[in-house]
Design a protein around this ligand. Structure first.
Ligand code: UFG
Length: 323
């Protein structure tokens, strides 16, 4: 298939591009490079520098490259920032998304895979979280992702747009070439590895009085390659006639606490990692674990790197190569 990946110069987008190319699909990356990196665009993919709000450029790109399907990953994605600057999130995540849908309608592109998030659930009603559980975002990031996801259902009914929305839990890990390079970095695993090499003096544990076994927050970490493979499956399922769907994407199980992640990174790196206790970070749910039973059942997807050690090892190798 000919696929356009918005946000393909970002962390997850670059790995999705790698997986699509590996499977024989053709890829055009569309990215503003506002957060992404030109050198993260995988060799073999075409590249167009553009903004999501530029509907004309999007439409021209879709037509020129004869695009058949879109993977839409370009978005602002920092929870804390979204609370301080909701206008930016509504503009880029909602208006930008709708601009893409307009361009797709004009260019008659019918298939879309969307990067959604566990943040649509807010404080979850139960664990593991299922797709049918209530969606009550507690920040504009989750709210804007949910707003776009809900629009997709109506566009399907009215315009025949077929979509798969993937609600990611905690994406982590790396491939040989592609890994996390956020600026500023806010995610736990890269921060812990930065502390291991002395780029950060210490890791701050955000709260150790949660109702969890060791008092720190528990998350469902999923290897970015497993995540990317789910996109490829979703795209091909749509092309084969699969109806629109929403899926959680995580590894399930018990998840890992912040303390377990730090201990794992100590094992993997063999380095000391200084830690400091800090207050809770506003808006952090105690536990977020996915039930991914629906995507396993319907698309036959399952994660192949479920152990945290394998995920952290891959992120560590990526960091060592970059230094
Ligand atoms: N944490 C720390 N110290 C740090 C950084 C993080 O203790 O310096 C903790 C957080 O409090 C949280 C856990 O480590 O409990 C994981 O934090 P991340 O920031 O790595 O990831 P989040 O779970 O906050 O966020 C992820 C995605 C978001 C998405 C969210 C869903 O990165 O995009 O899951 O709720 F919105």
């Amino acid at each position: 298939m000919k696929v356009m990946v918005t946000g393909g110069a970002g962390y997850i987008g670059s790995v999705v591009t790698e997986e699509l190319l590996r499977g024989g699909d053709e890829v055009v990356v569309y990215d503003s490079l506002y957060k992404g990196h030109r050198e993260a665009v995988v060799e073999g993919a075409s590249f167009v520098k553009g903004d999501l709000l530029d509907t004309e450029l999007l439409r021209g790109t879709l037509i020129q490259h004869k695009v058949e399907a879109v993977v839409h990953m370009a978005a602002d994605s920092l929870v804390g920032e979204s609370v301080k600057a909701p206008a930016k999130y509504y503009r880029n995540n909602v208006l930008g998304g709708l601009s893409l849908l307009d361009a797709m309608r004009e260019a008659e592109v019918k298939y879309l895979v969307f990067s959604s998030t566990a943040a649509v659930y807010g404080e979850p009603a139960k664990q593991p979280i299922e797709e049918s559980d209530p969606t009550q975002p507690t920040n504009p990031y989750g709210e804007t992702k949910l707003a776009f996801e809900r629009a997709l259902r109506w566009y399907d009914g009215a315009y025949g747009l077929r979509f798969v929305s993937l609600r990611y839990f905690n994406a982590a890990g790396a491939t040989e070439r592609c890994g996390e390079r956020h600026s500023p970095e806010t995610h736990l695993i890269p921060l812990v590895l930065q502390a291991a090499v002395g780029q950060l003096p210490e890791v701050t544990v955000f709260g150790d009085d949660y109702p969890t076994p060791d008092g720190t927050c528990v998350r469902d970490y999923i290897h970015v390659v497993d995540l990317a493979q789910a996109h490829v499956r979703a795209l091909h399922a749509l092309a084969e006639g699969h109806e629109s769907a929403i899926y959680n994407l995580g590894c399930g199980g018990e998840g890992y606490s912040v303390k377990q992640v730090i201990d794992c990174a100590r094992r993997v790196t063999g380095r000391d990692i200084p830690v400091r206790k800090g207050p809770r970070r506003p808006g952090d749910p105690a536990v977020l674990i996915a039930s991914s039973a629906r995507i396993m059942r319907e698309l036959g997807w399952s994660p192949t790197h479920q152990k945290l050690d394998a995920i952290v090892e891959s992120a560590w190798r990526f960091m060592q190569n970059k230094r």
